[in-house]
Write a protein that binds this ligand. Structure first.
Ligand code: GRF
Length: 249
């Protein structure tokens, strides 16, 4: 459901987008009043959570530099690992990067409290999980309902859920012999990779692919395109959720 529609620009267009949303959302023939998850009337404050290399973070930074994501600002990057290269990418781009590591706290509850405090401090409108390998506290998911998105390197519902992360996703896709895989951006709910799907993009598997070559192609052809695009759509006030399904206007 990759949309070709360009995000609307400017306050008047944003307003038109919002009212358009409320007027025509229809599920199973019934008109359901709905609103976009962000109204697009000011800049979307985006917090990005990372654990590793941060190529998806880089894709967001590059999109911003290229003049896309006009209606979004990157307010903070949080890593759970001190040595994550993503933190260097944030620094180079002039974005505040901080580490909140479970290793620095006596137990999970103390880590969760500190993590949540680091999130709340910057009052984000949207939290982007870009390769963030931490299970979010349930409290955070309910506080930020429909305001947390994740990128997953397969076409959900294939090769997702518990245990499917990193190279394991691509190993499983190759072991199953699928001809097409891809990536998905979705909202985060209490399940693992079960939230409403925002965007998906297919990627062809090639003869002789290894988990590593497939991982790279999925990133290049899908992840790095989809994640900035999803943020752009949300920032422009074009994304809503009805009946657990995403509507894009
Ligand atoms: C990506 O494959 C993403 O889909 C997954 O974790 C990986 C993160 O890579 N959730 P990077 O840190 O953005 O380079």
């Amino acid at each position: 459901m990759l949309t070709k529609q360009a995000p609307k620009k400017g306050a008047a267009a944003d307003h038109a987008g919002v009212s358009g949303f409320a007027a025509d959302a229809s599920v199973c023939g019934d008109t359901v009043p709905t609103r976009p998850i962000f109204d697009g009337k000011r800049k979307l404050r985006v917090l990005v959570c990372v654990s590793g290399g941060g190529t998806n973070l880089q894709a967001i930074i590059d999109a911003k530099k290229a003049g896309r994501l006009e209606n979004a600002e990157l307010v903070r990057v949080i890593s759970n690992k001190k040595d994550a290269y993503a933190l260097e990418r944030a620094e180079k781009a002039g974005i505040e990067g901080i580490c909140v590591s479970p290793k620095d706290f006596p137990d999970r509850a103390a880590f969760h409290k500190a993590f949540l405090a680091a999130v709340e401090e910057v009052e984000p409108d949207l939290i982007v999980l870009a390769g963030f390998l931490v299970v979010l506290p349930a409290e955070m998911i309910s506080c930020y309902r429909n305001r947390i998105i994740n990128i997953h390197p397969s076409l959900i519902p294939s090769f997702c859920g518990m245990g499917f992360y990193g190279l394991k996703v691509h190993e499983a896709a190759l072991a199953r012999g699928v001809r097409v895989t891809g990536a998905t951006v979705h909202f985060v709910d209490e399940g693992t990779d079960t939230g409403p799907i925002i965007l998906q993009k297919p990627v062809m598997v090639k003869e002789g692919d290894t988990p590593e070559t497939l991982q790279r192609r999925v990133m290049e052809e899908a992840e790095w395109i989809l994640l900035p695009e999803a943020i752009e759509l949300i920032a422009a006030g074009q994304v809503g959720i009805v009946d657990n399904r995403v509507l894009i206007r």
